[in-house]
Design a protein around this ligand. Structure first.
Ligand SMILES: [Zn+2]
Length: 322
């Protein structure tokens, strides 16, 4: 028992020493970039172009109102829907026309770990036609790539070859350090909304915000334990109804922890993103895990996903349709 008390005391000391500097008003000086995956919408295959337009209009309004710079990562396959191609491309054009950037997330969201290198490379090339045109209108080119499923390769050779391929096409990989699993809350929320169940919508939102806060706290501590400081973090969100309706509430949770929203380019200037990283695995993972595992300190204690939401998610006949 005594040993435990001493350990706890030492841990408290560590946390105190490593805690970030506090700026005026008692707020920590933290920074975070926002990235949004699976454009033009998480469940675009089962949605009408009108719903897709509505979701992106609201999401962009939320980002603008909250003054959050963001990069949206596109799966261009979702644009090719008979009779709706123009409208779906317009939903993507809204991003660049209102000052946001688009990145490549693979044409059909192929996992490097499942598809193999050659098929995955083809998917990357196939996934830059529309975004290339849209960015070109603003004298820009696609410059960021986000790995689908965060799958960066099952072995180091594949991982390095994939990275060299991306560098050769002038892409910078967009890592992730904070992942609140919004993709699992999203379908439960969208289903509740479709059925007009306002109480459940509110319950899902509350649970999402609490979980996001817990994940941020966990990642801040893991950062200090792994790197000795909190880097400029990179948040992963998805283009869905939940974020479109409630970005403001999520931004408030993040700001309350002392974060300022910054551009992805700014976040990537943090030296953390040049840390040695030899992570390989069957499953994709965030970069804080990559660094911790590379240093031989596998992370523990990731906040448990709320069981009530997971149960509802598992009961949906086809969760990817929401
Ligand atoms: Zn994705």
């Amino acid at each position: 028992m005594k040993k435990l008390q001493i350990l706890l005391h030492i841990c408290t000391l560590c946390i105190t020493v490593l805690a970030p500097k506090f700026a005026g008003g008692g707020e920590a000086d933290r920074q975070i970039a926002v990235t949004i995956d699976d454009l033009p919408a998480d469940a675009a295959f089962s949605m009408t172009a009108t719903t897709i337009t509505e979701i992106n209009t609201n999401l962009l309004k939320g980002l603008r109102d909250e003054k959050i710079p963001a990069v949206g990562f596109v799966n261009e396959k979702k644009v090719y829907h008979w009779g709706e191609v123009d409208q779906r491309i317009k939903a993507l054009a809204m991003w660049v026309d209102s000052g946001f950037e688009l990145g490549n997330h693979g044409f059909s969201h192929l996992s490097l770990n499942n598809a193999g290198l050659k098929a995955w490379e083809d998917d990357v090339i196939h996934g830059e036609n529309v975004i290339g045109l849209l960015l070109g209108e603003h004298n820009m080119k696609p410059r960021y790539f986000r790995h689908p499923y965060l799958a960066t390769g099952r072995d180091l050779q594949t991982r390095r070859e994939a990275e060299a391929f991306l560098t050769g096409r002038n892409y910078r990989i967009a890592p992730v350090t904070v992942d609140p699993w919004d993709w699992m809350f999203g379908p439960v929320y969208a289903d509740a909304k479709k059925r007009g169940d306002a109480a459940l919508q509110q319950e899902v939102l509350n649970s999402y915000l609490l979980h996001a806060d817990a994940v941020l706290a966990y990642d801040e501590q893991l950062s200090r334990e792994t790197l000795g400081y909190e880097p400029k973090q990179i948040l992963l969100l998805h283009d869905n109804q939940l974020n479109a309706d409630h970005l403001k509430e999520l931004a408030a949770v993040i700001r309350k922890r002392g974060y300022k929203f910054i551009a992805l380019a700014d976040a990537l200037s943090d030296p953390a993103y040049s840390m040695p990283d030899t992570f390989v695995g069957e499953e994709g993972s965030g970069w804080l895990d990559h660094w911790a595992i590379t240093l031989g300190k596998p992370p523990k204690g990731y906040p448990a996903f709320p069981a009530a939401i997971m149960e509802r998610y598992n009961k949906l006949p086809n969760p990817l349709d929401y």
